[in-house]
Design a protein around this ligand. Structure first.
Ligand code: FAD
Ligand code: NAI
Length: 475
């Protein structure tokens, strides 16, 4: 017997579970299907983000930062730590517990909002505008019938051609978050977000980390001035970042893995690593959906093809998150999930792609919203720039972290904020003010005239806005 729903969501990551909750809030009978399994074969909703992405990576970044502070940072505060030890198993267990709390939280939210949860793989059987039949296979075996379907099946790590992830020596994000002893020599291919975050974790815990990046520029999507500043800090911390390399043969042995590459000067290199993380981007996941069977169109890169409203090629079938175009970020997936549920309800769901913040959770953190200086130059936009260093911020000095700066870019004529870029302490939190300002199309002068608490890191934001008009007060 089939079960009927107004909305069936396939995938329970940030895009899917949030879409399901919003649809249920709007009064639709809603189901969410997710196949992720925990170690006991039970449900673990939350997708990549909760299980092997945002949440566990931030847990390990926090633990490793505490370890590094206890080892080096506390002494200048007059705090001597004797007999400092590291129990990686306990660190990983804590991380797993943080993940479980999030899995359980989502199951609780489903109950609270009356979302029916099915643990298994969802695939299209047949359907048209009058309704779709979705088969669930796995722990739950059911057939669901839906008026609307939201596909939120996420993404998978991209492997290097011919080099499969074994998660023991050649690691994707999954293996990188579960290394059970600090490797002596850790290789990382790809100096992107995962490479820098995971490289930072294991460097702080004592690994010698070598990052190999194909592009000649470091963090090409980041504002150049900010990327240069970050590069300085990362290399000073001991991350060896090699740009402009060409990866050759990768040979996993019994206990280590050999990487051959050509460096930026054209010299052949060969390095043996205890572990190798491959973080060269992610690919959309449509495995097992039976997209072709029902005529759900993919684009040339394998993403589900959608229009600006996340409508697919099939009537009443929508797709959100990593499986569609746009940045692969949890908060982007969530915004699309909410917007789609509201569009199904006939409302005007809204996602502003110009104000999606990016954060790299290294130390110092890097965060930005809007255009970079190089983008404005390429687009021929006349702009003014203002920067303020954390070195001149009292709270940063008290914290003992004066690295980095806040940078504002504003329209030369109207003073509207076009981009804000931060490298420094708590950049992930500070960027929200800039996102709000840009969402309301504020000017740099608006921020400059707002009273900010003293002493706070956010004063650096105000001062950078003042600097746009060459009026910073403390620098
Ligand atoms: P996913 O989270 O991938 O969820 C998809 C879900 O669908 C999965 O549970 C999957 O098992 C399930 N599924 C797939 N196919 C089926 C099917 N046929 N039937 C049933 N279930 C199915 N983003 C940030 O914004 N901030 C961060 O700090 C951050 N850190 C990250 C760190 C790492 C190491 C990684 C890898 C990613 C990180 N991301 C971060 C990116 C973020 O995880 C993704 O953008 C986000 O998870 C995308 O959400 P989604 O709902 O589209 O897909
Ligand atoms: P990425 O796109 O951030 O970085 C991949 C890097 O690998 C790029 O610099 C690229 O030039 C390089 N590269 C590609 N092919 C290569 C090759 N053959 N040899 C050497 N270098 C090569 O991808 P990453 O780090 O895998 O992360 C995937 C996505 O996950 C991110 O783009 C982001 O959307 C999301 N994510 C977000 C986080 C956050 O918001 N804090 C944290 C981690 C991941």
């Amino acid at each position: 017997m089939s079960k009927n729903f107004d909305v069936v969501v396939i995938g329970g990551g940030p895009g899917g579970y949030i879409a399901a909750i919003r649809a249920a809030q709007l009064g639709f009978s809603t189901a969410c299907i997710d196949e992720w399994k925990n170690a006991k074969n039970g449900p673990a909703p939350g997708g990549t983000c909760t299980n092997v992405g945002c949440i566990p990576s931030k847990a390990l970044l926090q633990s490793s930062e505490f370890y590094e502070h206890a080892g080096h940072g506390f002494a200048e505060h007059g705090i001597d730590v004797k007999g400092l030890g590291l129990d990686v198993a306990r660190m990983l267990a804590r991380k797993d517990n943080v993940v479980k709390q999030n899995n359980d939280g989502i199951l609780y939210l489903f109950k609270k909002n009356k979302v029916s949860f099915f643990h298994g793989r969802g695939s299209f059987v047949k359907g048209d505008a009058s309704g779709y039949e979705i088969k669930v296979s796995g722990n739950a075996e059911e057939t669901l019938v839906a008026k609307h379907v939201i596909v939120a099946t996420g993404s998978n790590p991209r492997a290097l051609p011919g080099v499969a992830f074994d998660e023991k020596l050649v690691l994707s994000n999954t293996g990188a978050l579960a290394i059970d002893a600090v490797p002596k020599k850790l290789g990382v291919i790809g100096a992107g977000v995962i490479g820098l975050e995971m490289g930072s974790v294991w460097r702080r815990l004592g690994a010698e980390v070598t990052v190999l990046e194909a592009l000649p520029a470091f963090l090409g999507a980041v504002d150049e001035q900010i990327a240069k500043e970050a590069f300085k800090y990362f290399t000073k911390q001991g991350l060896s970042i090699n740009l402009g390399v060409k990866i050759g043969a990768i040979t996993p042995g019994k206990k280590d893995v050999t990487v051959e590459y050509t460096d930026d000067k054209g010299n052949a290199q060969k390095v043996v690593f205890d572990k190798l993380i491959v973080s060269i981007g992610r690919v959309p996941n449509t495995i097992g959906l039976n997209a072709e069977g029902v005529g759900l169109k993919l684009d040339e890169r394998g993403f589900i093809a959608v229009d600006a409203d996340c409508k697919t090629s099939l009537p009443n079938v929508w797709a959100v998150g990593d499986v569609v175009r746009g940045p692969m970020l949890a908060h982007k997936a969530e915004e699309e999930g909410v917007a789609v549920a509201e569009r199904i309800a006939g409302q005007h769901g809204h996602v502003n792609f110009n104000t999606i913040p990016w954060v790299i959770y290294t130390s110092p953190e890097i965060a930005w919203v809007g255009k970079t200086e190089q983008q404005l130059k390429a687009e021929g936009v006349a702009y003014k720039a203002g920067t303020f260093p954390f070195m001149a911020n009292g709270r940063a000095r008290a914290l003992g972290d004066t690295s980095g700066m806040v940078k504002f870019l504003a329209d030369a004529k109207t003073d509207e904020i076009l981009g804000v870029h931060i490298v420094g302490p708590m950049a992930s939190e500070l960027i929200s003010e800039a996102v709000v300002a840009m969402e309301f199309r504020a000017s740099a002068e608006d921020i400059a005239r707002i009273c900010h608490a003293h002493p706070s890191l956010s004063e650096a934001t105000k001062e950078a806005a003042l600097a746009v008009d060459k009026r910073s007060l403390n620098f």
